[in-house]
Design a protein around this ligand. Structure first.
Ligand code: PMP
Length: 425
């Protein structure tokens, strides 16, 4: 293979890496260093991070206390790889997760470690729901995203991603998410009718899987009331409720679990991304103890015992020991919301709509390719952010939850400049 002579900054990647690469196309720089809410590239350019590793860096880059714990652990030759053997690192994580997260929220869940990515957690949740109920069907929602392996793709809405499967995606039914047809259409009534009516063609499903705020699907935030009604439907028909909190969890929407504010208790919860704290791969599948019907090793994987991730994850849970962290997220979310509302009213050309919840908000823009252009302009100005939604129509703000006011203000003001620049084109 020939390396190109007229070298672009990304020539190694362009020549040697597969066409499947994506984020390096949106953010064309070679990154070398990162701290908190900032990144630097090889030329020393500084960037503000409003992307946070697509939700894997809620606590920012290279957080100091986690870094120290990791360095100490490595220096002492702590176990790194252990499949799912019992290690001290895992024991400490399980205890702290129970004490700091589950117990205060009166959530009685068993913890399963699937492979270390979000889609691994979703696959295990779907398998478990089918095993427990003996049913095959799973209901998912329009514009959902649950991962790229076949089972997760089957409950994902996006046509482009689904097509990549290359095989039929079976045993799933898509129903309209809250607000899919606009505020006047009752999607709960629609779903209920399908379940009640013997002529609907819908077989009773094993589970309903949903995101409380759709991260990839356009930052659609389901109303708490809608989530409560979905839970009631699940209870009435004996359907398991799976909340995929891979992106919306770990504080992104304001509370540790995104469903807390709705007061619901899912049967199964998928967690990944920021549960590893430091951007290290880790995933959990949580479920009510009575659902723990797995036989030993029935769902396994080589990288379930990511001990470095356990070390960082245990330290990351310290953020949740007092209510202060939640309060700060709330304040920042309100600031972001006010700012976005004012941008939408000050820039009528955007025909914008503010979407999302917590530090998972954005603006849906009417113009074709407009959100994409805004993110490109932002990158030129040193702000990293991505689009979301079926047509990439939403500008998505995803700063680390730990970002300080100055960083937040800087990022927001670059965003406003970028919107103006994109509208002027
Ligand atoms: N579920 C949700 C809600 C997600 O946002 C994602 C990733 N964007 C996944 C699952 C899949 O996670 P992973 O990419 O780690 O497999």
């Amino acid at each position: 293979m020939q390396i190109k002579k007229d070298r672009s900054a990304l020539h190694v990647f362009e020549t040697l890496e597969s066409e499947v690469r994506s984020y390096c196309r949106s953010f064309p720089a070679v990154f070398t260093k990162a701290k908190g809410h900032k990144l630097w590239d090889r030329d020393g350019r500084e960037y503000i991070d409003f992307f946070s590793g697509a939700g894997a860096l809620n606590y920012g880059h290279n957080e100091e206390r986690m870094k120290k714990k990791l360095i100490d652990y490595l220096a002492n030759d702590g176990i790194t790889h252990s499949l799912d053997m019992a290690t001290e690192a895992k024991e400490a994580f399980l205890k702290k997760f129970h004490d700091v997260i589950l117990k205060p929220r009166t959530l009685n869940y068993k913890v399963m470690f699937p492979g270390p990515t979000g889609t691994n957690s979703v696959e295990s949740a779907l398998k478990l729901a089918r095993k427990v109920t003996g049913r095959e069907n799973v209901i998912s929602f329009t514009n959902s995203f649950h991962g790229m392996t076949i089972g997760s793709l089957a409950v994902t809405g996006n046509t482009f991603k689904r097509r990549g499967a290359g095989v039929p995606l079976n045993y799933t039914v898509t129903m309209p998410y809250d607000n899919y047809f606009g505020a006047d259409f009752d999607t709960i009534k629609y779903l209920k009718r399908f379940l009640e009516d013997n002529g609907s063609g819908l077989d009773l499903p094993a589970a309903i899987i949903l995101e409380t705020v759709q991260g990839e699907g356009g930052l659609n935030a389901a109303r708490f009331e809608w989530l409560q009604k979905i839970e009631q439907i699940c209870r009435k028909w004996n359907i398991l409720l799976i909340v995929d909190d891979v992106q919306a969890g770990c504080g992104r929407t304001g509370t540790f679990f995104s469903f807390e504010q709705a007061g619901i208790k899912p049967d199964i919860v998928c967690l990944s991304k920021s549960i590893g704290g430091y951007g290290l791969p880790l995933a959990l599948t949580l479920f009510k103890p009575e659902l723990d019907v797995w036989a030993p090793g029935e769902h396994n994987g080589t990288f379930r015992g990511n001990n470095l991730a356990f070390i960082a994850a245990t330290e990351a849970l310290s953020f949740w020991e007092t209510p202060a962290f939640e309060q700060k997220i709330k304040q920042k979310s309100e600031r972001v919301n006010h700012f976005l509302q004012s941008i939408v009213s000050n820039h009528p050309g955007l025909q914008g709509e503010v979407r999302g919840r917590g530090l998972m908000q954005g603006i849906a823009c009417a113009g074709d390719g407009l959100a994409e252009r805004i993110c490109r302009e932002a990158f030129k100005r040193g702000l990293i952010m991505e689009t979301s939604g079926p047509a990439g129509e939403v500008v998505k703000l995803f700063p680390p939850l730990t970002i300080n006011d100055q960083g937040l203000d800087q990022g927001l003001s670059i965003l406003e400049e970028s919107i103006q620049a994109a509208l002027d084109q």
